[in-house]
Write a protein that binds this ligand. Structure first.
Ligand code: FES
Length: 594
């Protein structure tokens, strides 16, 4: 098959691919980062690119999802196959670098990093003093020779008596580097979410965040929730496929973050990962069979620590990969991170923690004991399964309100409206519910006297709420989107109700409610209360806590003493499986209503 040439604008990056390749294959070959929100299923319509030269005829999916835009050369990168030399404009490239809100969480952090460096000057090895380099280093550090593995001396084989830098992990020599590298010492915190992944590179000398990279989890193409990932893993080479794709993507994120921040991968010595049980086991290539059936037992429990070389992660090969402990069932390291970051395990009073994500986690307790559960909320809060859903990035509706009978909104970056992220979706549904255009069962009301009735349109035999009715290709909300939202909020609410009951606690006695996850920091608390996602807790007790999964991995990088806290959390936490409680279905059904 002959090759064709593809040029990507505006960077003018040129690649060659076999004729008939999908546009996405050419994009991948170019190394340009490009998001595929529905995992190439051809249902979200968000991978549009403008083919300036060489556009193939649009297929039916493209006509349906892109409408009039196909006439201007717009095609779906995941659908369209190119057969001749082409020039393609990539308008929808996502901003993949984000400054995240860690400064507040890391305020007052105790600086006891697990990785430290020390410069040493060892005398020259001579005929009169013919000891091995291993002995020299051990002697210099004042430790037994068994503490200095000969494998960590690989970089200094032609040692000639100059200064060397020893890298320590919790006091044990981990690597020896030529020359003085003491000012280059980095670690990575990683939140491995079912839908979204966030990586932060941390400077362990300055104790500050250097860069964060956010990416969708590439496993989405194999299913958008943990149950479909488990199912896929049970196929012949399913687990290997899921494992490989995630490790490759993590490595791309590390390489990119290192390049952009001007650091060397081999100066990164620790990688701390936190995620739910399924994500962590896939990362470690551990079978998920036992999670596919009652009693949903994980294969691992407790933290895992392995070398970067063994995990295949692009940091210093002698570096340490630390995976946060699974607490039981589907309650994984991200929940341990939620408890660690908020300090529920040390609190006198009863506290509640809710991590709102595709796999929602809920914990309740105090220093005397904690009960935890996971609840399958689905990806709606992160933009998944919502027709115009998107992650919190430029153009996403982030706030929405009603003023003098008109609907107003604000998008991220102030750009034109492209879709809804979680906080915008909550606001919009709350506004529509208040106006009466959605009833308490979540149905659109065609004949309501809502001031927004003129924005309710008929599309494909159903009603949709159109935000900019004067525009041809306006963003809209469908009845199915509202159903997805209801299922997600009911999963969270029923989890809270059952956990409170099992803990034997009066909701009035819960002194703090931590709201974690991407949604937690930005959502309008009154709106989620009004929509029934939370019971009627006093607003002043609800504390938006951001991404506690990521924050905990950064805290751990910076403070070796937290190992004790992690052991304490494992000991104090009891996990329950919500679906095994007979009342779950009833509470869930009740919670669907607004
Ligand atoms: S339609 Fe291409 S990624 Fe969704």
């Amino acid at each position: 098959m002959k090759n064709i040439r593809v040029i990507f604008e505006p960077e003018k990056i040129q690649v060659e691919v076999p004729s008939g390749s999908k546009i996405i294959s050419a994009i991948e070959k170019s190394g340009i980062y490009f998001e595929l929100p529905c995992g190439e299923k051809g249902i979200c319509g968000k991978c549009g690119v403008k083919v300036i030269e060489g556009a193939p005829p649009p297929n039916e999916t493209e006509k349906k999802l892109l409408g009039e835009k196909v006439k201007d050369g717009w095609r779906l990168a995941c659908q369209s196959r190119i057969n001749r030399d082409s020039t393609i404009f990539l308008e929808n490239r996502a901003a993949s670098y984000h400054k995240i809100l860690t400064s507040k969480t890391l305020h007052g952090i105790l600086r006891k990093p697990q990785i430290k460096k020390k410069l040493i000057n060892v005398e020259k090895i001579t005929l009169e003093n013919p000891v091995s380099l291993q002995e020299h280093i051990a002697r210099h550090l004042g430790v037994g020779i068994e503490k200095v593995s000969p494998f960590i001396l690989k970089d200094v084989v032609d040692y000639n008596g100059a200064a060397e830098t020893v890298v320590f992990h919790n006091g044990d020599p981990l690597a020896v580097e030529k020359g003085d590298t003491t000012s280059h010492c980095y670690g990575i915190g990683f939140d491995l979410g079912t839908t979204t992944m966030v990586l932060t590179v941390f400077d362990l000398i300055e104790c500050k965040e250097l860069i964060s990279v956010v990416r969708p989890n590439p496993q989405i193409k194999f299913g958008d929730d943990i149950i479909s990932r488990i199912d896929f893993s049970l196929r012949d080479d399913g687990l290997e496929v899921l494992h490989r794709i995630i490790v490759d993507e993590i490595n791309r994120m590390i390489d990119e973050a290192a390049k952009v921040s001007g650091i060397e991968n081999h100066h990164i010595y620790q990688f701390v990962l936190s995620g739910n049980t399924v994500m962590e086991q896939i990362f470690l290539n551990l079978p998920l069979n036992s999670l596919s059936k009652i009693p949903f037992n994980p294969l691992m429990k407790g933290p895992v620590e392995i070398s970067a070389f063994r995990a295949g992660i692009h940091i210093n090969p002698e570096g340490i990969i630390f995976v946060f402990p699974v607490l039981g069932g589907f309650v994984g390291g991200d929940t341990a991170g939620l408890i660690l970051t908020t300090g529920i395990h040390k609190s006198e009073g009863i506290q509640l923690g809710i991590d709102i994500g595709t796999n929602g986690e809920i914990v309740i307790g105090n220093k005397n004991g904690i009960i935890a559960a996971s609840t399958a909320a689905g990806p709606a809060f992160e933009g998944g399964r919502i027709t115009f859903g998107m992650r919190a990035q430029t153009g996403a509706l982030e706030r929405c309100w009603c003023e003098e009978g008109e609907i107003h909104w604000q998008t991220i970056g102030g750009n034109s409206l492209k879709g809804f992220c979680g906080s915008g979706l909550v606001d919009l549904i709350a506004v529509l519910r208040r106006s009466g255009i959605i009833d308490e069962a979540g149905r659109f009301q065609e004949n309501s006297d809502s001031v927004f009735s003129h924005m309710l349109k008929n599309k494909n035999n159903g009603f949709v709420f159109v935000l900019e009715p004067e525009k041809n290709n306006s963003v809209y909300l469908t009845q199915k989107d509202i159903r997805e939202f209801q299922a997600a909020k009911a999963a969270i609410r029923s989890g809270i109700e059952i956990l409170i009951k099992k803990a034997g606690v009066d909701p009035k006695d819960i002194e703090k409610i931590y709201l974690a996850g991407a949604l937690g920091n930005f959502v309008n608390i009154e709106n989620i209360k009004n929509l029934g996602m939370l019971p009627g807790f006093p607003t002043e007790r609800i504390i938006p806590s951001g991404n506690t999964s990521l924050a905990s991995s950064l805290l751990f990088l910076c403070n070796s003493e937290l190992r004790k806290d992690i052991a304490e959390i494992i000991k104090k936490t009891r996990v329950i499986e919500l679906s095994l409680y007979p009342e779950f279905q009833e509470v869930f059904t009740d919670s669907l209503f607004f």
